[in-house]
Design a protein around this ligand. Sequence first.
Ligand code: F6R
Length: 615
Amino acid sequence: MCGIVGYIGHREAYPIVIKGLKRLEYRGYDSAGVMLYDGTDLKISKTKGKVSDLEARSQQEITTNGTIGMGHTRWATHGVPNDVNSHPHLSNSGNLAIIHNGIIENYEPLKKELIKRGYTFTSDTDTEVLVNLIEDVQKKDGLKLGKAVQVALNQVVGAYAICVFDKNKPDEIVVARLGSPLAIGVGESEYFIASDASPFIEYTSNAIYLEDEEMAIVRLHKPLKIRKIKDDSLVDPYVQELQMNLEQIEKGGYDHFMLKEIYEQPNVIKDTYRGRLHASTGLIQMAGVEDNLEKFLNADRILIIACGTSWHAGLVAEYIIEEFARIPVEVEYASEFRYRNPIITPKDVVIAISQSGETADTLAAIKLAKEKGAFVFGVCNVVGSSISRETNGGAYTHAGPEIGVASTKAFTTQITVLTMIALRLAKAKGTLSNSDYFRYLQELELIPEKVAEALHSNTISKEIAEIYKDASNCLYLGRGYNFPVALEGALKLKEISYIHAEGYPAAEMKHGPIALIDEKMPVVVIAPKQGHYDKIVSNIQEIKSRSGKIIAIVTKGDVQVKELADHVIEIPETSDALSPLITTIPLQLLSYHIAVLRGCNVDQPRNLAKSVTVE
Ligand code: F6R
């Protein structure tokens, strides 16, 4: 994970790097560091803690002038978060500085070899090994920095996005990528380097995304040269026009990104289906699906691979695709799939779901599925991300940048895309009646309005949060389409408030979890009117008779559950299949308010990072 930023040009680098790091803190935030070059000297400041801690410390510790700079915000992999393990790392001579996002898997043998050759190490990191390996190659073979980086990287196993600076060659920064993202912003006589485009969005809308196994020498007043690390061949730089704007990556008056992103859902769901869903004519047009329609229609089964919240969206899709299109669907954790020699055939269609498009396990699972001949379709949010490039076809969710670590709008937009796919397949296969097909299309078009209405539950969610903020455990129950929503609700609560929470299919409760229920246990039950309402009412009765505290998500106007539950949150009515798009909203708000009331850092929960680029 980790975020990296670099600048080389005519402006002061420090404010650009610090502001950029703040925007990338979603990628890791246990320590941070900065390097500046002021024309004569290389200055480094680094610290355990957040970028704001770095800002305070660096202003005391170093003079912050210089038009070349690099910065790093860390999510520890090798070595605990402390000042010494923070990046940048220097080579033994003090001439080279490096920042690195990724993992050098073979760092131990490399380190042993370097120690034999007289190198010493101050940190526990794999990155310090890499910078010394580069220095060693430079010295041994008398190579310039770019060449030395290339030779060193050919000895490395693992993943990286790196920036390397040599104070003896202070007009350039060498960058390279394998498995971790790296974007280069191209300005007028200046270049920006970052893990994504957010750090340089106000300076330039031209960006080049390095591909895996590519490197570039970013040199002042020179056009960019990109090479393949393995065979040194030159690659034509492809300059993309960025779609992102500054407003999208700022909080816009909300206390937290998570809250802003929860409230963005009516609009982003609309963005997701805009131009694709035409309810009046009964058309669903998604280029990625149309181009590969035969693949989907001839598939023996659809296999969905994802992690975390995206995996939950996959579970919702399993129910929807099987119901609408009658194609067998299996959903797997990418991390399990990639290591278990799964049976995959060219008759399988694999759908990989990922907000970031950078999740290492999902990426590896995609590669495995492709090797075994499957057609892989991506559902990603981040345009140009590794997964979107690695897949054979795909559809973007168009949710805009999601900065809060806890996924919210990514989940509902993923479900929107997957529902449209299911409907398109159903139409082609004739597995839904015409009237049902049209009804779902019309309902989907109304979802943004209903999500906006569900957001009115903010006040009651906050009141309920006040009552349960000190709970130690919490259960989430749902059935059918809302079983994955129960899992998602529990994940939201545990990841941002650190309350232990579990989601279950409501009927599974009596096979074990019911033993946990007593008067201290809050149980969130998703009980919309459509679906298995009577069954869930029975489950609520079972909880009540064991004195559990019931927080029920019910359809507006509900009477029966209201009589049984301790608290109810009303949501607008929609069909069972589309209900996850609505039932999710109060669960997001409930987790948010509980976390805020507990004083937790909602946008940057401990131990987590937005983009999990390590396995
Ligand atoms: C939870 C959350 C994570 C991600 C997971 C996959 O709120 O955000 O569970 O869903 O790390 O990430 P992506 O979707 O980027 O592949």
